[in-house]
Design a protein around this ligand. Structure first.
Ligand code: ADP
Ligand code: MG
Length: 379
């Protein structure tokens, strides 16, 4: 915990947040639909979803900048649905730093405490503490325009923390930074989070960023939550085909369900498929979406007499790309389904593995890495 020269409230940084069946429309367009989410005290939760899925709206409801049409918002167990933003003890970091250009870094950070009537000495002491937390004490006397984008975003972070908010909200805060700086800032934010043991709710459309940073993810689509879970749960056991595709590469195929037993047996145009995992309510006769991760997919040279069988699809190689530590192959089946495979490169491995585009290959995978979902993509 950060040592503050001044007492900060018990709830500082570390409150629980809940949204209970919250709906919000703008002129007939529903931005959030019966949206529920529980964020634990001290948790780093990322809300991940495509642009327009309602992420910012959810944050604005927590901050008190919007009132829901239905449902409630709780902070530390208290119903704050009708409490105005100024009384919510929540702060937000945005993509635009919006620092005061005429104030130096110290006074930018001390601004919130000043508005709350802290003495000059007390607010400067707190601002110095926070600048130390974000490793910018040396820049205290500089003006924002003298700092790089990454430094300005760290000042914005320190400023948002200066009033010791119960919860910190971050709305795509790294969106304006270039890739290298973004990675650096991701690490910084994780460090600051663990030093404060604070509740951070972090909104992003960037799945890599969400996976790199968060303890838990809430995946959003069209105003709803599709899945909440740890990064590993969401990647390994996506709740549906949409989530599977949104979070990382996925080979996908439509197939007819022939039989359901311990595994699901399916017929697709390129061949027979056995899926070790399937939706509980999937029945024989249904159409399913079959999902296989590229790292669980192998693309291999086929022998002259080899036959297609279950989980082994005849195809032609499209291309091989060597990308640093991994090798990616793509192949297309006779009906036009494209599969990608990713494998780690072993030392001494020839880049193409003796394969050339157009060569006959097999696409193979184990039943244990195949998931079959109900085909409700367009539902
Ligand atoms: P995200 O942050 O995930 O990109 P938003 O929460 O900003 O999504 O927006 C969700 C939906 O609500 C979008 O369709 C957007 O156009 C709409 N919306 C958001 N804010 C307003 C507003 N103030 N007025 C009208 N429509 C809005
Ligand atoms: Mg947004």
């Amino acid at each position: 915990m950060l040592m503050m020269p001044l007492p900060v409230p018990q709830s500082a940084y570390q409150s629980r947040v809940s949204l209970n069946e919250v709906s919000k429309s703008y002129g007939g367009r529903r931005a959030l639909r019966e949206f529920s989410l529980d964020v634990a005290a001290g948790e780093f939760l990322a809300v991940l979803g495509p642009s327009g899925s309602g992420k910012t709206t959810a944050l604005r409801l927590i901050a008190g900048l919007e009132t829901p049409d239905e449902g409630q918002v709780f902070i530390e167990g208290r119903d704050v649905t009708c409490v105005p933003a100024e009384q919510r003890d929540v702060n937000t970091v945005f993509q635009s730093y919006a620092l005061f250009p005429h104030l130096n870094v110290l006074d930018n950070v001390a601004y919130g405490p000043r508005m709350r009537g802290l003495s000059r000495k007390a607010r400067h002491a707190r601002a110095y503490d926070l600048l130390e937390l974000v490793r910018l004490s040396d820049a205290a006397m500089r003006r924002p325009h003298e700092l790089s984008g990454g430094m300005q975003q760290r000042v914005a972070l320190a400023r948002a923390l200066a009033n010791a908010p119960a919860v910190l909200l971050l709305d795509e805060p790294l969106g304006a930074l270039d890739r290298k700086l973004r990675c650096e800032m991701q690490r910084e934010l994780r460090r600051v989070h663990s030093e404060l043991a604070g509740t951070f709710i972090y909104v992003t459309h960037d799945q890599e960023e969400a996976f790199a940073m968060a303890d838990r993810l809430a995946v959003m689509r069209e105003g709803r939550i599709e899945q909440v879970g740890s990064p590993a749960e969401i990647y390994d056991r996506p709740a549906n085909a949409w989530v599977a595709r949104f979070v990382g590469g996925a080979n996908m195929l439509r197939a007819h369900v022939d039989r359901i037993g311990r595994s699901a047996m399916l017929t697709s145009r390129p061949g027979l498929i056995e899926a070790g995992y399937f939706d509980e309510d999937l029945m024989s006769g249904d159409t399913a979406l079959v999902v296989i991760r590229p790292e669980a997919t192998r693309i291999e040279r086929s022998g002259p007499t080899a036959l297609t069988r279950t989980n082994r699809l005849a195809a032609r190689l499209l291309h091989v790309v060597t990308a640093g530590p991994s090798r990616r192959l793509s192949a297309v089946t006779a009906d036009g389904s494209v599969f990608d495979s990713i494998e780690a490169r072993k030392p001494g491995m020839s880049p193409s593995h003796g394969l050339a585009p157009g060569n006959p290959v097999f696409i193979t995978f184990d039943a244990g890495s195949v998931r079959a979902y109900r085909d409700d993509w367009f539902a």
